[in-house]
Design a protein around this ligand. Sequence first.
Ligand code: 6GU
Length: 246
Amino acid sequence: MRIDILTLFPEMFAGLLSCSIMGRARERGLVDIRLHDIRDYTHDKHHVVDDYPYGGGAGMVLKPEPIFEAVELVGKELGLSAVPTILLTPQGRLFNQEIARELAGYQHLILICGHYEGVDERVAEHLASDEISIGDYVLSGGEVAAMAVVDCVVRLLPGVLGSEVSLDEDSHIEGLLEYPQYTRPPMYRGLAAPSILLSGDHAGIARWRRQQSLLRTAKRRPDLIEKVVLSQEDKKLLSEAFEIKS
Ligand code: 6GU
C-alpha cells in the first residue's frame, strides 16, 4: 500500500514512521509512506499557504491551490485519475475500526492534514472523497489525526503483524473491550495477579477473560455493549459478574 500525506509539518511524522510496527512495515516494503510539504506546491515567492477568511472572523484558512495541485501531482505520478483522498477535519465522519478496515483495502491513499482555523471548503467538496475526524475534541491540526489513521490502517495490512491471531483478539474487532492482562511477578507490592491465570486451567481462563471483557464493556462503554449480540452464556457470565461485584 502507498500512502501520500499532505501536511505543513512533515517533520511531525518522523517518530511514527521510524518506530515499532510502522518502522518494520516500511523497512519490509509492506507500506510506502510519502510526505509532501504543502508549502512546496505554492508558486509565489513567499510560499503562502493560507489567507484571511472571506466574510471575516478569527484565524487563517488554508488556500485551495497548493492542496489541489499536490493531490493532482500524486494522481499523475500513480497514473490514476482518482485516488481515495481523505481530509482530516473535526467535521469528518468519526473514525473507527470498521473505517480502518475499509481504508486498509485500498492500494493508495492520500491524506490531507488541515491546519489553522480551517481549509477552504472547495477542498472538502471537490477534491477529497472523504472527511474523517478521530474524535470529539479539537487538535491544533490534522497531523496527529493522520498519524492515528495511518497507524491503525498499516497494522491491518497483510504481513505487518507477526501473528494473525493478535488481530482477531484485538478489542473492537468483536465490539468488546479487552480483558485485563497480567505478567510476572505473581505478587507485586502486595497486589496479586488473579489466581485463575496461574492455574493452568485453560477453559477456566477463557471463561474468566470473556467475563472480564463483558463486565468492562458493560461498565465503561454501555454504548458498545448495546450493539453486541450476547450469547446465553455471555448473559450468564455478565449477570454472575454483576452479582459478585455488588
Ligand atoms: Cl481530523 N483535526 C483536528 N484539527 N482536530 C480533530 C480531528 C482532526 N479529529 C478530532 N479532532
